[in-house]
Design a protein around this ligand. Structure first.
Ligand code: DC
Length: 248
């Protein structure tokens, strides 16, 4: 897996929407279960601080897509890690938000297909797959050291020394409702019970796996998003991130 260069990788670049000058290098990690709003929150925080975003879930989804395309056993970690090595998987940081390119193409909605959803937790539980993708994530952070990275293990395993680490939570009821609303906006007619059962099943798999289970990183700031708006979550996070403005 390679990474494309950023359009402007100059830490001193300015962004008009930025409200604080970030201190570089700055790695911000956001972990938490599905449906807590990590992706949107990560993008907003990155925008406000002039950082880049890394969606590590997309990497595990791309690995699952490779499994489907190649007909590999989703629990064969060695074969999947080898496939990740031989196929091109790149993060295009020139896109806004950055996109993952598999064999030169953005898989887009395919990463969120039912087929991928059905196996991605199994693929993500394979130690060989995790080892490979963790190495890629650290390499990306080394070449882009001003990053908001979101996933399940970013603050606990991948970047335990990050300057700011957050753990987002929300009840499964609220998370299912958010997902149902999101799918309805796309013109789909999801079954709310099926969605909630799926979310709870994924939680169990992500938290129950032996390698890098979903957990609140020790020392991370936990934010319960049930009663908070997106802006309130983002504001709380920005207040806790060390910046040149010196608010924290
Ligand atoms: O955040 P998401 O729903 O796109 O994540 C897809 C899957 O990948 C989900 O099963 C959790 C897993 N994952 C992981 O194990 N570690 C990460 N850092 C990110 C995602």
């Amino acid at each position: 897996m390679r990474t494309m260069p950023a359009p402007s990788d100059d830490p001193a670049r300015t962004t008009s929407s930025r409200d604080q000058e970030a201190i570089f290098p700055l790695i911000v990690t956001i972990d938490g279960p599905a449906g807590t709003g990590k992706s949107t929150v990560a993008q907003r925080v990155a925008e406000r601080l002039g950082l880049m975003v890394l969606d590590t879930g997309a990497m595990y989804r791309a690995a699952a897509l490779l499994v489907i395309r190649l007909g590999t056993d989703p629990s064969d970690g060695v074969a999947i890690a080898a496939a990740i090595e031989t196929h091109s998987m790149e993060v295009d940081f020139t896109a806004d938000p950055p996109t993952l390119q598999l064999d030169g193409h953005d898989p887009g909605e395919e990463l969120r297909s039912r087929e991928v959803e059905a196996i991605v937790s199994i693929v993500a539980a394979q130690p060989e797959v995790r080892q490979r993708l963790v190495a890629v994530q650290r390499a990306i952070a080394a070449s882009h050291p001003h990053l908001v990275t979101e996933g399940r293990d970013q603050g606990s395993v991948v970047f335990p020394d990050a300057q700011a680490r957050f753990y987002l939570t929300a009840s499964s009821e609220i998370r299912a409702k958010r997902r149902v609303d999101q799918l309805r906006r796309k013109g789909q007619s999801p079954d709310p019970v099926e969605i909630r059962n799926g979310i709870e099943a994924r939680d169990r798999l992500d938290a129950g796996r032996s390698d890098a289970p979903l957990t609140r990183p020790i020392g991370a700031i936990e934010i319960d998003t049930d009663e908070l708006s997106l802006d309130e979550v983002v504001d709380r996070m920005i207040q806790s991130i060390p910046t040149r403005g010196g608010r924290s």
